[in-house]
Design a protein around this ligand. Structure first.
Ligand code: NDP
Length: 270
């Protein structure tokens, strides 16, 4: 049977095996997809072992996305821009790398009927998650894409990669002066219990607040948005399933149905 893995450290909580097993069952694909914990200095060796053992592909999560990028013989344009890879495809002795986080985010926003075209988007954060979604957001022709980050220089470095007047980098304080239609939280602030320095007024002016973080409880950012009556309030579970669907399609050519998988995952969270 064709072998697939998700590599990470830690990896025990990964939902990817469940998601891909559901996609494989839907489309009657013979696929063995498992999670594998990898020691920090063993990533390349582990990938080579998988290739030697009928490996057809792998997902890569923290902290190996940059190492995976460096290992690839060929890369998609969006992976080159992100500087990171979450999907590996092994074929004819070569390793191809792509990043599907942006597809996952955009498909989830569109599934919720959020209009991206001609919208003013604020992306909070400039880490791996933010970098991975910029190209996909720009492909939707927003009116503007603004990246705000605690460390401004990191947001500026991302914006400079794109020869596009529609993208700019600002501080959190600057967000007070501008209004946005869509606010996407790609920081890990919620995980450490910190709240985001985004004012009620900025949130209130938007029609969509999206948090890449997901879990049993709503994040502080989404709670704030709900209290302020924002129309679309969305967590990152759909992005997770959407990025997995895009990986599955790269491996098999089949576009799986995300809805039933998302429903089961949501039920498992509650
Ligand atoms: P990184 O560590 O690469 O980046 C973290 C980002 O959060 C940086 O921009 C950092 O700012 C910012 N940040 C951290 N703490 C604070 C704070 N207290 N106040 C303001 N900003 C803060 O993480 P990732 O980019 O890889 O991941 C970010 C989040 O996205 C994680 O919570 C992750 O779980 C989630 N994610 C969800 C996915 C999904 O499928 N739903 C996919 C990928 C990620 P600074 O640069 O100043 O340090």
């Amino acid at each position: 049977m064709d072998q697939y893995r998700v590599f990470g450290n830690p990896i025990a909580q990964s939902k990817s095996p469940f998601i891909h097993q559901q996609f494989a069952a839907q489309s009657k694909q013979l696929m063995n997809y498992q999670s594998e914990w990898v020691a920090l200095d063993q990533f390349e060796v582990t990938v080579q072992k998988l290739i030697a053992n009928k490996g057809k592909g792998a997902n890569v999560t923290a902290p190996f996305k940059e190492q995976a990028f460096a290992l690839c013989d060929k890369l998609s344009e969006r992976a080159k821009l992100a500087g990171a890879v979450n999907t590996l495809i092994f074929s004819q002795g070569s390793i191809y790398g792509d990043t599907t986080d942006g597809i996952g985010l955009v498909s989830d926003l569109l599934r919720h009927q959020v209009q991206l075209q001609n919208s003013k988007i604020l992306l909070l954060g400039a880490g791996g998650a933010a970098k991975g979604v910029v190209q996909s957001l720009l492909e939707q022709s927003p009116k503007s894409l603004t990246i705000a980050n605690r460390t401004l220089i990191k947001a500026q470095a991302i914006a400079q990669q794109y020869p596009n007047d529609a993208i700019e980098a600002i501080t959190f304080a600057d967000t007070e002066q501008i209004t946005f239609d869509i606010i996407i939280n790609a920081t890990s602030a919620g995980l450490s219990g910190d709240s985001l320095p985004i004012s009620d007024q900025t949130i209130k002016c938007s029609n969509t607040c999206y948090d890449m973080v997901y879990g049993k409880d709503q994040t502080a950012f989404l709670k704030q948005a709900q209290q302020l009556g924002v129309e679309h309030i969305i967590d990152g579970l759909g992005m997770l399933v959407g990025q997995a669907a895009a990986s599955f399609q790269l491996w098999t050519g089949i576009n799986p149905d995300v809805e039933p998988v998302l429903e089961s995952l949501r039920a498992q969270l509650t």
